[in-house]
Design a protein around this ligand. Structure first.
Ligand code: TXE
Length: 504
């Protein structure tokens, strides 16, 4: 057990129309440290009426406020000020993220660095955006395509990368000139609350960024079943994504949903051995597998499969799990009892379905871990196939399944045999095979001889049931923009449709 688990002190109010305030009914929620299972903070819990207030504030700030018409250079400056404040408070934000999610401090620090990069990237991108002139071939007509903010945005984030995922939404929304309501996961709201304080300090105008924390099941209707919202960006589970999409459709509200994945990591016999072992492990066991792009399906060449799996099993047993605040920990606990229950139930089902448990399958055999924490050891199931729930479902935990292939065609078919399509990895030293595979895989991101990396400048999102829409990159900004065509006749004359009727 490691040090500082005292109650995380401070106001954790809602932020609506530039004011911090308690929930309408005075309600609060206990926030749990996953490494101990004990309460370390208490936050205000919004009511549906609070959510409606937040939408009204964002609506007024969009319809009558100055932000949508603020020059792009000023909006970009604001994003850079936010990035500078994130740099200043990085250590504290990383600590909060670790206490809230359980991930290691090293991972939290990388998250905050990525958040900073996203704000800087969108500041620069917005400044280089330009209108598009269209030559319509009509004398005196100037035809332009311009981008305008889409309006009021509802931004709903999950618990696995709390600040990172909300920042992928807030940064482009802000620079596009939108106003918004941010709703972090009720499981991990603290870094978002701290971040909104930084936005206030940086000078985000009242009403532009509003914050309501609380259960999605309670706030969802108020946030999505309304004509006052123009765009909903959601990251989370498939079933929630469906509910939100159906509700939004009633109002013809635009929606972008990122719903996770069941990501294949395909290893050919000629792949570099050491980096393959290393990255297959990191790809699935980092953050205890609670990553939407986690490489949970190992699809390995039969020629090396037994030896490769033996190597993984040996190394998986050495991964040091522990409190994220302990610098010796390489991975942390699961986020909640609910996730722990889910893993235990998948282990039971997989065993019934005939998968062979090679390691893990329950808590690590250690007596130095806090018994209240949500510990689940790196787990490998061999001899798996697509009939098994553990291969089809997004388990969202540290469970690797192993399938074997004999030909590249088989590997490709297996890699695409999923309802999802978020990310995939291919490992081979044959460039032609690699190119064939990366072009054939129906996934939004494909890594060749690497795994897990992304950059703010490249789009992120899924094929299939991994969602629709894209975050990051130019498309991630375009989600927050309307496209308008302006046809400007600089020399109008009355010589068109009804001229002859008048003459007759
Ligand atoms: O997600 P939820 P949960 C997957 C993963 C995980 C499963 C369930 O498989 O085990 O989803 O996780 C808000 N209207 N992913 O239950 O419920 C909720 O408050 C509006 C994949 O935590 O989808 C939170 O802010 N909002 C994933 C957010 O939705 C609602 C990351 C996500 O919660 C709502 C997390 C409603 N009706 C889980 N109901 C990824 N893609 O990375 C809930 N919410």
């Amino acid at each position: 057990m490691v040090g500082d688990h005292h109650l995380y002190v401070g106001d954790h109010h809602l932020y609506i129309d530039g004011r911090w305030r308690a929930a309408g009914d005075g309600g609060t929620r206990d926030i749990i440290n996953p490494a101990t299972g004990s309460v370390f903070a208490v936050v205000d819990e919004a009511t549906p009426a609070d959510a409606t207030d937040a939408i009204a504030a964002a609506r007024a700030a969009f319809d009558a406020g100055e932000w949508p018409a603020t020059p792009i250079a000023e909006r970009a400056d604001l994003l850079r000020r936010i990035a500078d404040l994130l740099v200043r408070d990085k250590a504290e934000l990383a600590r909060i993220e670790t206490l809230d999610t359980g991930k290691t401090l090293a991972e939290s620090e990388i998250d905050i660095d990525d958040v900073i990069s996203v704000f800087r990237y969108y500041a620069s991108l917005a400044e280089t955006e330009s209108d598009r002139l269209v030559d319509v071939g009509v004398a005196g007509v100037i035809s332009r395509v311009v981008h305008e903010p889409i309006g009021v945005c509802v931004l709903i984030a999950p618990w696995n990368y709390p600040l990172l995922q909300i920042s992928w939404k807030i940064a482009p929304a802000l620079v596009a000139g939108c106003t918004m309501i941010a709703k972090p996961s009720e499981v991990t709201p603290l870094s978002t609350i701290a971040f909104v304080r930084l936005c206030e300090e940086a000078g985000v105008p009242p009403g532009v960024l509003n914050l309501v924390q609380g259960a999605g099941s309670r706030l969802g209707t108020a946030l999505t079943d309304t004509d006052d919202v123009d765009f909903i960006s959601f990251t989370g589970g498939l079933s929630t994504g469906r509910i939100i999409s159906e509700t939004a459709a009633k109002h013809v509200t635009k929606v972008a949903v990122e719903l996770g994945g069941k990501n294949p990591h395909i290893v050919f016999a000629d792949a570099d051995w050491d980096s393959s072992v290393e990255q297959v492990l990191a790809g699935v066991f980092l953050h205890s597998g609670q990553v939407c792009s986690s490489g949970t399906r190992l699809i390995v060449d039969s020629a090396i499969a037994d030896r490769f799996v033996d190597a993984l099993v040996e190394r998986a047993g050495q991964i040091r799990m522990g409190d994220g605040l302990d610098p010796a920990s390489k991975t942390g606990p699961l986020v909640s009892q609910a996730q722990l229950d889910k893993m235990n139930s998948y282990v039971a089902t997989a065993t019934e379905e005939g998968a062979v448990l090679r390691c893990g399958g329950g808590p690590p055999e250690r007596d130095d871990l806090d018994p209240g924490g949500y510990w689940f050891a790196p787990t490998i199931f061999d001899r798996c196939d697509r009939s098994m729930a553990i291969v089809r479902d997004e388990t969202f935990g540290p469970i690797l399944t192993v399938e074997r292939f004999d030909t590249a065609a088989e590997a490709l078919a297996l890699g695409n045999d999923t309802d999802y399509g978020l990310a995939a990895g291919v490992r081979t030293s044959d460039d032609a095979v690699g190119e064939h595979m990366v072009r054939g895989l129906r996934h939004g991101t494909v890594w060749l001889n690497d795994f897990g990396y992304y950059t703010p400048a490249a789009e992120w999102g899924g094929f299939g049931k991994s969602g629709n829409g894209r975050e990051l990159g130019p498309t991630g900004l375009a989600e927050y923009q309307e496209t308008k065509h302006i046809w400007h006749n600089t020399a109008p004359s009355a010589s068109q449709w009804f001229t002859h009727e008048k003459d007759d």
